[in-house]
Design a protein around this ligand. Structure first.
Ligand code: MN
Length: 258
């Protein structure tokens, strides 16, 4: 039993080398949406398997209440485990699944990434983040973020019974939906100046993130762009939304699924 460790404190890998990666984010998988889960399983076989590394930049799951809930999405965990036997798998926490811990990482064969993290290959450095750390116009959100990523909140939460934690997650999900409708869209977007600040600190040539669900390429500063991943939604075996990023000629390229 681990007494002095919580999911967000365990993650320390903030620099990796990637050769031929594919990046995705914000799949928001949950047991009630088998269409999107099937779409993801298909993507693993069809697209991700063609690349050496799969990097998931947060919110793979719509919520994660603790590693003792792994069984609720065992089909996804098994598919990731199978993928990681022949490829490398990296997973970053999002604002929905930041309680993914060591047991989760082991179960799917993933290396958990700190946020932000830098990947380098042949001298080209790309800054990776879920993205919500840069939504600094939303002060209320940042306050909550700091609290729930802190040791005491996580330690206390993980000691509640699983059923209770699932209730907390369902409530938070409903509340987040309501807040999203009330908050101006611009306030929920990333602040470009904050992204540039981190990119300069990390000597990055490009930035890839998710979270905002606004797939785009945004020019920041000279040649520095941020490449924004979409959220995912599948209906009746077809992709309604969803994209991924690959690297071509040392530059990120956005591609639509399906
Ligand atoms: Mn998010």
């Amino acid at each position: 039993m681990k007494f002095f460790s919580t999911p967000c404190q365990e993650v320390t890998v903030d620099s990796i080398v990637l050769r031929d990666p594919v990046f995705i984010s914000d799949l928001h998988l949950n047991g009630d949406d088998s269409d999107t889960i099937d779409g993801f399983l298909h993507f693993l076989d069809d697209v991700a398997s063609q690349h050496q590394e799969l990097v998931i930049l947060g919110d793979l799951f719509d919520y994660w209440v603790g590693d003792d809930a792994i069984e609720t999405v065992s089909v996804v965990i098994e598919a990731l485990k199978k993928y990681s036997e022949k490829h490398s798998l990296y997973i970053m926490h999002g604002n929905r699944d930041f309680m993914m811990g060591e047991d989760f990482g082991k179960a799917c064969g993933a290396t958990m990434l700190a946020d932000p993290c830098v990947t380098s290959n042949q001298g080209v450095r790309i800054l990776l983040s879920h993205g919500d750390i840069w939504c600094t116009d939303d002060e209320v959100y940042q306050k909550v973020r700091r609290k729930v990523r802190g040791f005491w909140w996580q330690w206390t939460m993980l000691r509640l019974p699983l059923r209770k934690r699932l209730d907390v997650a369902e409530n938070a999900r409903a509340k987040s939906k309501a807040t999203k409708q009330d908050t101006e869209a611009s306030k929920m977007d990333v602040v470009n100046a904050e992204v540039v600040k981190t990119a300069l600190q990390k000597h990055a040539h490009a930035v890839i993130h998710g979270h905002t669900h606004q797939p785009s390429i945004v020019q920041l500063d000279g040649p520095l762009n941020r490449y924004v991943l979409s959220d995912w939604l599948f209906k009746d075996g077809r992709a309604v939304r969803g994209n991924y990023i690959v690297i071509s000629d040392n530059k990120p390229v956005l591609k639509n699924i399906g």
